[in-house]
Design a protein around this ligand. Structure first.
Ligand SMILES: Nc1nc2c(ncn2[C@@H]2O[C@H](COP(=O)(O)OP(=O)(O)OP(=O)(O)O)[C@@H](O)[C@H]2O)c(=O)[nH]1
Ligand SMILES: [Mg+2]
Length: 312
């Protein structure tokens, strides 16, 4: 008589193999709400620059979080606003285009203030166009006044269709882990999309130019931050311990050039030193950073110049 095979003792992990998820998560919102801060927090490194000036991020930047159970490719996007020049149009278009190719969207808002016209525009776009889950992240909760919580939250709820929401602070790391789990559960099952040690697909040269621009944003005011572009012209690994980098800082007026250089070069020196340290940290060796300031009038409206700078 055939006998039933003896069953081996049950191995729980063999019964239900652990689920691995992988996918893309767009981070969208109006300028200055903390999108890039949130991405850097999740990735654990500065892969996208942050400043207190609106319209800091100009191009889409991907940052990758790899865990044993998942890989999330976060897509930081330029703040969506009503653009007034071709650079702004490029920025808004690249943010909007991101929505078509992701698995989940995090709509980041400044949850300490009532929605603005820009929030309304973005919400309308998300409601009309996005077919994947939208998560509402009410950021900057650390600035939220207690008596305004109800009114502000309700105003955002009325604005945008969302699957779930969370009140967070990207700088204080409040509830950001809870938001991360909400994102994770919305990703499809599948293997990792990028090598597990990769945290961004941004080329180092572009990152270096951005780190210089970040220092300029931090150290300048009014219209100057918006008038600055940084382009790496030369990148040479002179030895295993030293990389030579030369970059041009473009501004739109002679008066801006004078400010960026500073009195006897003081501003340029300060910016150069701070950016050099950050590039050195990325490369793990010494960097010689040379910065040159040049004027190109109205470069933000100059299609050829925008193409050259990679804003196309
Ligand atoms: N108080 C407070 N400030 C925050 C928080 N998150 C971000 N910020 C600050 O808000 C400012 C803008 O942050 P970013 O991350 O550059 O904002 P963004 O949305 O990427 O802005 P754009 O690139 O211009 O679209 C910075 O000064 C951040 O330090 C937060 O939770 N609380
Ligand atoms: Mg940003």
């Amino acid at each position: 008589m055939p006998r039933r095979k003896q069953e081996s003792p049950k191995d729980p992990s063999a019964e239900s193999p652990p689920v691995h998820r992988a996918g893309f998560c767009a981070i969208v919102g109006r300028p200055n709400v903390g999108k890039s801060t949130l991405l850097n927090l999740y990735v654990g490194a500065k892969v996208t620059i942050v400043s207190d000036k609106p319209q800091t991020t100009r191009r889409v930047v991907r940052g990758i979080l790899t865990r044993p159970d998942a890989q999330i490719v976060f897509v930081d996007t330029p703040g969506i606003h009503r653009p007034i020049h071709p650079l702004g149009k490029f920025m808004v278009r690249s943010a909007a285009d991101t929505l078509d190719d992701v698995d989940v969207v995090v709509f980041v808002v400044d949850g300490s203030k009532m929605p603005t016209r820009e929030d309304e525009d973005i919400a309308e776009m998300l409601n009309d166009r996005v077919r994947v889950p939208v998560l509402l992240a009410l950021n900057k909760v650390d600035l939220l006044k207690r008596d305004a919580i109800g009114e502000i939250t309700q105003a955002f709820f009325d604005l945008v269709e969302h699957e779930d929401w969370m009140r967070i602070s990207a700088t204080k790391k409040d509830n950001t882990d809870k938001l991360l789990e909400m994102i994770l559960t919305r990703l499809p099952e599948g293997p990792a999309l990028f090598p597990e040690d990769e945290i961004t697909d941004t080329p180092m040269q572009f990152l270096a130019a951005e780190l210089v621009r970040e220092q300029l944003l931090i150290n300048t005011r009014q219209e100057i931050p918006h008038s600055i572009a940084v382009q790496v012209d030369e990148w040479e690994e002179r030895s295993a311990q030293l990389t030579y980098v030369s970059a041009t800082i473009w501004v739109e007026k002679d008066s801006q050039k004078a400010i960026v250089i500073g009195e006897r070069g003081s501003m340029l020196k300060k910016v150069g030193q701070a950016a050099r340290k950050e590039i050195e940290a990325w490369l793990g060796h010494q960097v010689y950073l040379e910065l040159i300031v040049k004027v190109r009038q109205q470069w933000r409206r100059d299609d050829r110049m925008l193409r050259e700078l990679g804003y196309e």
